[in-house]
Design a binder for this molecule. Structure first.
Ligand SMILES: Nc1ncnc2c1ncn2[C@@H]1O[C@H](COP(=O)(O)OP(=O)(O)OP(=O)(O)O)[C@@H](O)[C@H]1O
Length: 305
């Protein structure tokens, strides 16, 4: 499979302190890859390595199959980045900011209109950036990253500090860039819920090492294992005998029975069996899913330190 980003055993230390260790990322072309980890996990440092702001001393970062080290600075042509807050000229309008960058980089002015439309800033293009909300500034920052029409976008916590509507706008923009503009997007976040809503693939970093990498579907499946299924049944105690003996079912509350999740088929089978036996099942839910799994994963060795 072609990778938009591939790293092999990437490590980085600030002085004696290793903050990224043995990181092997596989970001498929055409994916929205969520790079997830709690604060201080090493996301920004990794992104600074991927974008050449920090230099790895080994030849272990590949962008579109090409070595970053060996193709500097040419390799950045195919990559648009938004690292933390964008550097914008507050006294200029959105359009003027884009025009300035386009001129400096020798990019066609015709692209400015396209970019303004993509990031949804056409109606405010003549407004000074000083009067923009943080969400609008982030969208303009993404617009600047899009000027050269790169195949790959690398966004470092683009929704950080935004209000709920700003977060939704960035989420919608990321989906649009993926679906309509065909971009591969590598986006970091410390919020599982955010990553779950937009990403096709996930890499989880904690304490500088990659703890998980796979598709969102695989992750959800894995997280469900170890979760529990809760059946809501009024006066549940009197129906406990209807559950198979070896399924580990137990009373969770007066009207809830709980048993370990071992697959979706089992839930269907059990539900059919209970309803067939006249048990009044009025709800089925999962307990302990991705959220619990992520908390366990990222808190496990926090206690040791
Ligand atoms: N310039 C630096 N010098 C020394 N240590 C640094 C430097 N930059 C980051 N660190 C340390 O490296 C570790 C990883 O930081 P990094 O910013 O990469 O994490 P992060 O996952 O992006 O977290 P956050 O979301 O809080 O930015 C942290 O412990 C941080 O204190």
């Amino acid at each position: 499979m072609p990778y938009a980003i591939h790293t092999q055993d990437l490590s980085f230390a600030f002085g004696r302190r290793t903050v990224v260790s043995g990181l092997s990322l596989h970001v498929p072309e055409g994916s929205i890859y969520g790079f997830l980890g709690p604060n201080g996990a090493g996301k920004s440092t990794s992104i600074r390595l991927l974008t050449g702001m920090l230099l790895s001393d080994k030849d272990n970062i590949f962008i579109g199959g090409r070595s970053l080290r060996r193709h500097l600075p040419d390799i950045f042509r195919g990559m648009g980045t938004l690292i933390e807050s964008p550097s914008l000229y507050a006294h200029l309008t959105a359009r003027e900011n884009l025009r300035l960058i386009a001129t400096l980089r020798g990019l066609p002015a015709a692209r400015i209109d396209e970019v303004l439309a993509i990031v949804g800033l056409r109606s405010v293009q003549h407004r000074k950036v000083a009067h923009f909300s943080l969400g609008m500034k982030q969208r303009l920052g993404i617009g600047i990253a899009l000027l050269a029409d790169p195949a790959l976008l690398i966004l470092d916590e683009p929704a950080n500090g935004l209000d709920p509507s700003g977060i939704i706008e960035i989420r919608d923009l990321i989906r649009h860039l993926h679906q309509q503009e065909g971009k591969t997007i590598f986006v970091s976040s410390h919020l599982l819920a955010e990553v779950e809503k937009t990403c096709t693939h996930i890499g989880i970093i904690h304490k500088g090492t990659l703890r998980y990498e796979g598709t969102l579907e695989q992750l959800q499946l894995e997280a469900r294992q170890g979760g529990e299924v809760v059946f809501t049944i009024p006066a549940a105690a009197q129906h406990l005998t209807a559950f198979p003996d070896d399924w580990g079912a137990r009373l969770h509350s007066a009207d809830e029975v709980l048993f370990p999740y071992t697959g979706a088929d089992r839930i269907t089978e059990l539900n059919q069996r209970l309803v067939g036996a006249g048990v009044p099942v009025c709800g089925i839910r999962m307990q302990g899913g991705l959220e619990d799994w992520f908390m366990r994963l990222t808190q496990k060795d926090r206690e040791i330190v």
